[in-house]
Design a protein around this ligand. Structure first.
Ligand SMILES: CC(C)(COP(=O)(O)OP(=O)(O)OC[C@H]1O[C@@H](n2cnc3c(N)ncnc32)[C@H](O)[C@@H]1OP(=O)(O)O)[C@@H](O)C(=O)NCCC(=O)NCCS
Length: 184
């Protein structure tokens, strides 16, 4: 899988992505709305899982690189929602869109640019009926990306993240959705 936007290359994971991905997911500022930073070992397990899903199902998020320099920007794309989390979301959607970029790349619209290309792929190529996104209610930058790409908040679908204990400060999640425009 390889897509191009004006400034980005979006591609399938490769094992060489481990070190730069571990830097992004190990950064406390990038992970400020997650319960923990990811250790390099956790990133390796996540990457191995994504590569396996990619081989079995065609995609599971992916890497973003800057077209002009080849620099690794971060993780973005469509991914399968775990059974446990899916069960907590109204309508039990199978596929989400998500993003985590290195902070050197924040603030110039790169995430919405990449996300629009992934939405197009999800609708035109994969024929998905809808795509959802969810995040901690306090993660306003991520919700801005959802809004910029035309997703709409579904307040009735707000949920408490099942992987976090009751009372955890990051437990409350909001859901945004977008329907495939070519499926009436
Ligand atoms: C969410 C994220 C991918 C946005 O990427 P981006 O390429 O910066 O997106 P944009 O440039 O469109 O900016 C989106 C919003 O981020 C915020 N933002 C921009 N620059 C920022 C910075 N340097 N620091 C903090 N927030 C910033 C602004 O609210 C902006 O909205 P605005 O354009 O209306 O001002 C990025 O902030 C990120 O990787 N965050 C950490 C990981 C994360 O929380 N992922 C989402 C998990 S659900």
């Amino acid at each position: 899988m390889r897509l191009q936007t004006e400034r980005l290359i979006l591609r399938s994971w490769e094992s060489r992505d481990h070190a730069p991905l571990a830097t992004v997911l190990g950064d406390p500022e990038v992970r400020r709305f997650y319960p923990t930073v990811a250790t390099p070992e956790q990133t390796k397990a996540q990457l191995d899982f994504s590569i396996e899903r990619q081989a079995a199902a065609g995609f599971h998020f992916g890497a973003a690189e800057l077209k002009s320099t080849g620099q690794f920007v971060g993780l973005i794309g469509l991914g399968y929602i775990s059974d446990e989390t899916r069960a907590a979301i109204r309508g039990q959607p199978p596929v989400e869109i998500g993003w985590q970029f290195g902070k050197a790349f924040w603030g110039s619209g790169l995430a919405p640019e990449g996300a629009r290309a992934w939405l197009d792929y999800g609708f035109a190529v994969l024929n998905l009926p809808e795509i959802v996104a969810f995040t901690f209610a306090g993660n306003l930058p991520s919700q801005r990306v959802m809004e910029k790409i035309g997703m709409v908040r579904d307040a009735d679908a707000d949920f408490e993240h099942p992987r976090l204990a009751p009372g955890h400060p990051l437990r409350s999640h909001v859901v945004y959705r977008i329907a495939n425009p070519s499926i009436g």
